[in-house]
Ligand binder design. Structure first.
Ligand SMILES: [Mg+2]
Length: 261
């Protein structure tokens, strides 16, 4: 149970957050989901390693680093062709099977099953993310999530995390998993809520699919926040203009708004 002081402090925080948004002319927040609100990279790394362990056990003569690099090259290549669709794993494993025909069909089937576990692993919140969503919700600041992923997986995440506590289903913007999250998708996502890019704050972890497209869509650099995670997929790397604020966690956005209100 909260003490009176804590309740008063929280009310003050909500007022300052609302004032911070108002001073920027912001009426809606747009957040990326994977590796901005929830840890995702770690799940991919875990299951990719598990899959590679299995493949390596079938290929004792192949240096592990060579196998890792081939797998990542095929993974990156498939991203350019079919985006983030889970179907990419079939492409990657088919190519691996062509390179290494001695891998048994059973091992390939098991590898695919391992990689598909990525999509059935229940999501958790990154540190501070739940409190951040809760604070914005309580400050009556509308939140949208703009995510580039498989739709059924996205709705599982929404359900696992009970995101309906913070935003209704219609505030979820799911970008086609077979396409790419570019400035067009960000601009459409923002427009869907009758918000101008200058009235939006966006936060995301990916320079290529969040930060730079949002800037090109017209979101002012002072309203774009780059959540820099310790590790991210190489296909998302790009230079980010220095005007964009770097944060280590989305929860720091609350402090930024409070101190600039
Ligand atoms: Mg992301």
């Amino acid at each position: 149970m909260s003490t009176l002081i804590e309740t008063i402090d929280y009310q003050k925080t909500l007022e300052l957050v609302a004032a911070g948004l108002k001073s920027r002319g912001v009426i809606r927040l747009f957040f990326d989901l994977d590796d901005t609100i929830i840890p995702n990279r770690e799940i991919f790394v875990f299951y990719e390693k598990k899959c590679l362990d299995l493949l390596a056990s079938q290929l004792p003569e192949v240096p592990r680093q060579q196998l890792n690099e081939q797998f990542q090259q095929l993974n990156n290549k498939s991203h350019e062709v079919i985006g983030v669709s889970p179907k990419k794993w079939l492409r990657v494993l088919s190519s691996i099977a062509e390179i290494y025909p001695t891998i048994s069909p059973a091992a390939l089937t098991q590898s695919l099953a391992i990689l598909n576990e990525i999509y059935s692993t229940p999501s958790t919140f990154l540190p501070g993310a739940q409190e951040t969503l809760s604070t914005f919700h309580d400050a009556q600041a509308p939140i949208s999530i703009v995510t580039h992923a498989n739709a059924s997986w996205t709705w599982r995440k929404y359900s696992w995390l009970d995101l309906d506590r913070y935003l209704p289903p219609e505030a979820m913007v799911i970008v086609d998993e077979n396409g790419h999250k570019t400035d067009i998708e960000w601009a459409q996502g923002i427009k869907r809520f009758s918000v101008l890019p200058t009235e939006a704050i966006i936060a995301g972890d990916s320079p290529r699919t969040d930060i730079n497209p949002a800037l090109r869509a017209g979101v002012p650099p002072q309203n774009v926040f780059w959540i820099k995670r310790p590790e991210y997929w190489s296909v998302y790397k790009e230079d980010v203009p220095k005007e964009v604020t770097r944060l280590t966690s989305i929860s720091e956005l609350i402090n930024v708004l409070i101190t600039t209100s």
